[in-house]
Design a protein. Structure first.
Length: 367
């Protein structure tokens, strides 16, 4: 029932009382008119000057990371007789009856990467009999970029794959880092040179030390393309979950190899690899581009020139190594996929994916 209808019904009772000299009808008639007018006035005064303010966190957040949101509701001249705050991020209404103001703090968790547009909150003010309803809509349209989370790179069977940032806690991450770095270094040898103080022990050529007692270190390829190249292939994805795993694996490897000395990453939609420095310079822009990766065509062949360093091909497809990887001249070819792969030696696990050595190209070493 609407206030006008209730008031007209009350007026009709009053007219009937005057026409038929029924004094008892005046009481409900006047009461209905008063209730309708009072409800409409109270709701109007409560809505006059009322406001909804939403304060959000930063413009970017990692998957499953807490994202703080604060909503403040202020009433008008009078507190609302009834109603609720409807916040899409919260999932259930919050009562606001008889309150001059209400503040709600929540932590939102986004389960999947990508752009998220926050829908506006709504304030519904009504009387207890639901005769009058006013709805106010807050500001909306805020955009949040949900970034793929970075997970640890673990040894095969280490238990860290897909376990989040805390995965593989029982495994010595330093040992795993040395194992992976040693594999990469061994695959990118260009010769030997005198040992330099501070060089990682994984680069020391221990056979020479044992034979001659002389400290020599492996010399890596000196060209610009000697850094590992991570290629994210979003074509032929089995499903969205497989694509998300591949994106998380690429992000995790980018951070891991970037901290170990730098790397390059070719993101779908780009024609040139982006460089990630030892200090993770350039990583922020690469991370943002990974957040919006969708299924698409394979990487262009023009971007896959000869590499002196390792090429790490991260794919969301369940098939074997693509021909582009098998034919690509590189120091090493590594396939990273969420699907089991029967051929190749397992090197590591990351974000629910497994890294396999597809082909190992050795370079001559001068003793």
């Amino acid at each position: 029932m609407r206030p006008l209808g209730v008031a007209l019904f009350g007026l009709a009772l009053c007219l009937a009382a005057a026409t038929f000299d029924g004094a008892s009808l005046y009481v409900p008639g006047v009461a209905l008119i008063a209730i309708a007018g009072g409800a409409a006035a109270w709701v109007a005064l409560a809505a006059s000057g009322a406001a909804i303010e939403r304060n959000t966190g930063p413009h970017t957040v990692l998957e499953e990371q807490s994202y703080p949101v604060e909503i403040e509701v202020r009433s008008g001249v009078l507190p609302p007789p009834g109603g609720e705050l409807i916040e899409p991020l919260l999932g259930w209404p919050v009562a606001v009856a008889w309150r001059w103001s209400r503040r709600v703090r929540i932590n939102v968790h986004f389960s999947r990467r990508g752009r998220r547009v926050l829908e506006p909150a709504r304030l519904v003010i009504r009387d207890p009999l639901r005769l009058t309803v006013r709805e106010l809509v807050g500001t909306g349209g805020q955009e949040v970029l949900v970034l793929p989370r970075v997970e640890p790179v673990t040894a095969p069977g280490g238990g860290g794959a897909g376990a989040g940032v805390h995965g593989g806690a029982g495994l010595d991450s330093g040992v795993m880092g040395r194992q992976l770095d040693a594999s990469m270094a061994e695959l990118e040898i260009d010769g030997l040179r005198p040992y330099r103080e501070g060089t990682s022990a994984s680069r020391i050529h221990w056979p020479t030390v044992a034979r001659r007692g002389e400290m020599l270190e492996r010399r890596l390829v000196a060209e610009l393309d000697s850094a590992p190249l991570i290629v994210l292939d979003s074509s032929r994805a089995d499903d969205e979950e497989s694509l998300d795993k591949a994106v998380r694996a690429a992000a995790s490897l980018g951070v891991h190899l970037g901290r170990q000395g730098g790397c390059a990453m070719l993101v779908p939609g780009e024609r040139r690899p982006a460089e990630i420095g030892r200090d993770l310079s350039g990583w922020a822009s690469v991370h943002a581009r990974l957040a919006v990766v969708e299924a698409g065509p394979p990487p262009p062949s023009s971007s896959l020139g000869p590499r002196g360093g390792a090429v790490i091909w991260v794919t969301a497809a369940g098939a074997g190594a693509p021909r582009a990887l098998e034919r690509m001249p590189a120091g090493a070819r590594i396939l990273v996929s969420p699907a089991p792969h029967q051929r190749g030696r397992i090197l590591f696990e990351v974000a629910g994916c497994t890294g396999y050595l597809v082909e190992r190209a050795r370079r001559g070493v001068a003793a």
